[in-house]
Design a protein around this ligand. Structure first.
Ligand code: MAN
Length: 354
């Protein structure tokens, strides 16, 4: 684990009002963030669950058009071994305990947020987002900020794209990776004439645990030339899950990015411990891993990372240069939104040639 220069929890559920009177905020986490003017634009995921309780039923909120509705599931039909989801025993389909939307903030110092004054609230829209929108990643390409985000619906978990220039008005561009695929991060510039993305398909046939893949595109909408980049067991910290984390930044050793992994064993209940590793990719051929950290650079340490809606989760989703450091924005315990600082040299030194 690397020494953190500072750690701040900058947003907690109790700081926020819910988007609907039917729901209450249970989490604000996994934020996109990017330098904007002198400060930082932070795009937070806000998760809400139904306020009402009914005996013998579990609630699952969703959007129908702009309306929030609550479905009441038969408790006996729900497998709850993962605290985030209900798996219906009758047909194996999945429902979420909460529904997420995005809230956009401007932070002048990159370390604090005025929770009461969002720049914008982005609610789910249309049939591919009816169970919520989640886990945004922001990448500036030229003068446009592109936001990849997860759209969850009865059609599955897919990755969609929107863009903005001012963080007040957003243009949706539709689905860019079909279900089930998330943790999509865009590179901030073309490499040899092509846009680059990391993505994380989740195959239902378990030849391997999920892996991070890389794809190329001429226009950010059509993705091809897919290749497997990273995945599998390693030191065990990404045994169950692995996925892209922060949009990469260019360093003198190549593209640097943080990714997450969960160490859950197949026999274990719950979500496992989520930690973060560092990865260096070749500047001209980002499909080639040059170096990586051999053990996590970041693990749950602070109480707000260890205790929460899902215990023991650090989930980095943005990394920007600021004050001569790397500011890493991350979700903690699927409940809180935080930022910590690393010395860039420490992160580079943690990456060993592979
Ligand atoms: C996983 C978690 C949840 C998320 C669902 C749907 O269970 O990442 O936070 O809501 O997938 O994307």
């Amino acid at each position: 684990m690397l020494l953190r220069q500072f750690t701040h929890c900058i947003l907690r559920p109790s700081d926020l009002e819910s988007a609907s009177e039917l729901t209450q905020v249970v989490g604000t986490f996994n934020p996109g963030a990017e330098s904007f003017g002198q400060g930082v634009a932070v795009v937070a995921r806000v998760a809400e669950e139904a306020v009402e309780k009914r005996s013998g039923r579990f609630s699952s909120p969703r959007y129908e058009g702009e309306e929030l509705r609550v479905d009441w599931l038969d408790q006996d039909d729900c497998d709850c071994s993962d605290p985030r989801i209900y798996v219906m025993k009758t047909d194996g389909t999945v429902r979420l305990r909460f529904v997420s939307h995005l809230r956009v903030y401007f932070s002048e110092d990159g370390r604090t947020i005025d929770a009461k004054n969002p720049l914008a609230t982005i609610l789910p829209e249309g049939e591919y987002e009816s169970f919520g929108i989640e886990d945004p990643r922001v990448t500036r390409i030229g003068s446009t900020y592109y936001i990849t985000y997860v759209g969850v619906s009865p059609h599955g978990v897919c990755t969609r794209l929107m863009s903005t220039t001012d963080f007040k008005l957003f243009k949706r561009h539709g689905t860019i990776f079909c279900p089930d695929n998330k943790d999509v991060v865009l590179f901030p510039e073309k490499v040899l004439g092509e846009y680059i993305a990391l993505h994380r398909p989740m195959p239902s046939m378990k030849f391997s645990p999920p892996q991070v893949w890389l794809a190329r595109s001429p226009d950010l909408m059509h993705w091809g030339k897919h290749l497997r980049l990273l995945g599998g067991v390693g030191d065990g910290s990404s045994r169950d899950r692995v996925g892209g984390g922060t949009p990469p930044i260019m360093t003198d050793r190549g593209w640097l990015t943080l990714y997450h992994g969960s160490d859950k064993k197949p026999s274990q209940e719950g979500a496992g411990v989520y930690s973060a590793g560092a990865l260096l990719l070749d500047a001209d051929n980002p499909g080639r891993v040059i170096a990586k950290s051999l053990s996590p650079v970041m693990k749950p340490e602070a109480p707000f990372e260890k205790n929460g809606f899902v215990e023991n989760v650090v989930f980095p989703t943005a990394m920007i240069r600021r004050e001569g450091m790397l500011f890493v924005y991350y979700g903690a315990a699927d409940e809180n939104l935080a930022v910590c600082g690393f010395d860039i040299q420490d992160v580079l030194d943690a990456c060993e040639a592979v």
